[in-house]
Design a protein around this ligand. Structure first.
Ligand code: ADP
Ligand code: MG
Ligand code: ZN
Length: 487
């Protein structure tokens, strides 16, 4: 028998880099988007040519401040850009302009959706502005030696870095936190939140400590996790790896590791560099970043309703569950569509279930495209359904038609002859006459055959009938107040 494994508590902290949605770079006027690359969007400033001088991008500062205010950070009236020096082929200046001991903002918190209970609050350490580095691309063309190509188009793209405290307790919670941050930044128009193309990226730090000892253990950093799933898998794997080391009494090395999705393992990238390795010092080319008080006030006043508040309101005002509100609010466009339906007269619960079950199946609101069916038309469809003028089956048919070709629901129902049939008896009589054996069995006590009769009638009516009403008619005729056959 092996002794019981020592119990460890998982401690996770995230460092998230989010590309700010500006049209020009952080310290020069090169465009952030567009083709012409590789190396089509560079200038002496972002290439770090001698004598070129950086000028901060006001829009980038505004977006960084917007994120900080929404996260409840303490925005600093004055902060400082600093040089972070390191050598890397895709960093032509030899340093990155970042913020170090005087960041744009301290503190703040991320509010995660809770289920029923209080929302979970993840404290943040800091938020600062910086510029991105370029990109290296490793190629091995057939018949030629492998090479590394450098694309400097990303050099100088504005980023905000958001750092959580070591306060996340599980890989799932880390993934929830990253999702919430993505929803928030997208809602604010600060970042497009694209993990795949790297405009939103995450490094995760993980350590273990004995369950009864609050002292934090040695952490390992896992770089560049580019999906929620990879984040969770990498942290689960790293938890297992560290648990095994500690259980054997071996130390965890302070390392930077990388997740390899094909093997599901984390691999050593390098030893963890320390802050002092970067030789941070205030960038002499850039003055302090000073924010005027009234400008800050204006930024605070311009914040939209934030996801956590919107979820709470959906639960309170529209009677939705925490889960439903959570799903609807994940994408701002989806929540907006839901509210547009209500404004167009739809009732809150049917509208919610239609969005959750039908709309989200074909449209997740993450792109630029409009919802599949405009709110006025969908609200009208839901009204027809709610009034019993069409059945659920027909509603789905009309929905498909609206999606593919547009149109007006009521007109479509009339044109396609899809209105609910209220005169059910002729059909009911035909079905009974066609199935005398089943009628006899039903009368002998096999009550479950009612469903069979309803199914037959529905088929004949192409779904244009209310099943409950049909059941009632069948039962009445079978139980003999009327003559069952004949119609
Ligand atoms: P650095 O400057 O080396 O990047 P920071 O203090 O900024 O270090 O922390 C980076 C990240 O690591 C933060 O998200 C923080 O929460 C996390 N972190 C720090 N210590 C630990 C630890 N012992 N275990 C897990 N995460 C940690
Ligand atoms: Mg760091
Ligand atoms: Zn430039």
């Amino acid at each position: 028998m092996t002794p019981p494994a020592p119990r460890f508590t998982t401690v996770i902290g995230l460092e998230v880099h989010a590309q700010l949605q500006t049209t020009t770079k952080m310290f020069c006027r090169c465009p952030t988007q567009g083709t012409g690359g590789p190396n089509g969007r560079v200038c002496p400033v972002c290439l770090g040519l001698p004598g070129a001088l950086p000028v901060p991008n006001q829009e980038a500062v505004r977006l960084g401040v917007r994120a900080a205010l929404a996260l409840g950070c303490q925005v600093q009236p004055s902060s400082q850009f600093a040089r972070k020096s390191y050598f890397y082929p895709d960093l032509p200046k030899g340093y990155q302009i970042s913020q170090h001991d005087r960041p744009l903002a301290w503190g703040g918190e991320l509010v995660l959706p809770g289920s029923g209970a209080e929302p979970r609050r993840i404290p943040l350490l800091r938020l600062h502005l910086e510029e991105d580095a370029g990109r290296s691309q490793h190629v091995s063309p057939p018949g030629e030696p492998p090479a590394t190509l450098l694309d400097f188009d990303r050099c100088g793209i504005p980023l905000v870095e958001i750092v959580t405290r070591p306060a996340l307790g599980s890989p799932q919670e880390a993934s929830d936190a990253l999702k919430e941050l993505r929803t928030l930044l997208r809602t604010l128009g600060v970042c497009d939140g694209n993990l795949e193309n790297g405009s939103f990226r995450c490094d995760a730090n993980l350590s273990l400590r004995p369950a009864d000892d609050p002292t934090l253990g040695t952490r390992v950093e896992i770089k560049n996790l580019n999906s929620f799933r990879h984040l969770r898998l990498a942290l689960e794997e790293e938890t297992a790896r560290q648990t095994e080391l500690l259980a054997q009494g071996r130390p965890v090395a302070p390392e930077t590791r990388q997740f390899d999705p094909s093997s599901g393992r984390t691999l050593v990238l390098r030893n963890k560099e320390e802050s002092k390795d970067y030789r941070y010092f205030p960038d002499p080319d850039l003055p302090e970043l000073v924010l005027a008080e009234d400008w800050l006030h204006a930024q605070r006043a311009a914040l939209p309703e934030l996801p956590a508040a919107r979820r709470a309101r959906f639960v309170r005002e529209h009677g939705l569950s925490d889960y439903e509100a959570g799903v609807l609010v994940t994408e701002r466009a989806v929540a907006d569509h839901y509210e547009a339906l209500l404004e167009a007269g739809a009732r809150s619960r049917p509208a919610a279930s239609w969005v959750l079950n039908e709309v989200l199946r074909v449209w997740d609101g993450s792109g630029d495209g409009p919802p599949p069916v405009p709110p006025a038309a969908l609200a009208e469809l839901l009204a027809l359904l709610g009034a019993g003028a069409i059945t659920g089956t027909v509603a789905k048919q009309v929905w498909e038609e609206l999606r593919q070709h547009g149109g007006e629901p009521a007109a479509l129902v009339t044109r396609l002859g899809l209105g609910t049939t209220t005169d059910l008896d002729p059909t009911v009589r035909r079905v009974l006459a066609a199935h005398p054996a089943q009628v006899a069995q039903y009368r002998a006590g096999k009550a479950a055959l009612l469903g069979f009769f309803i199914g037959q009638a529905m088929r004949e009516l192409r779904g244009r009938a209310d099943a409950t009403e049909l059941g009632r008619r069948f039962a009445a005729l079978l139980e003999g107040e009327d003559e069952p056959t004949g119609g």
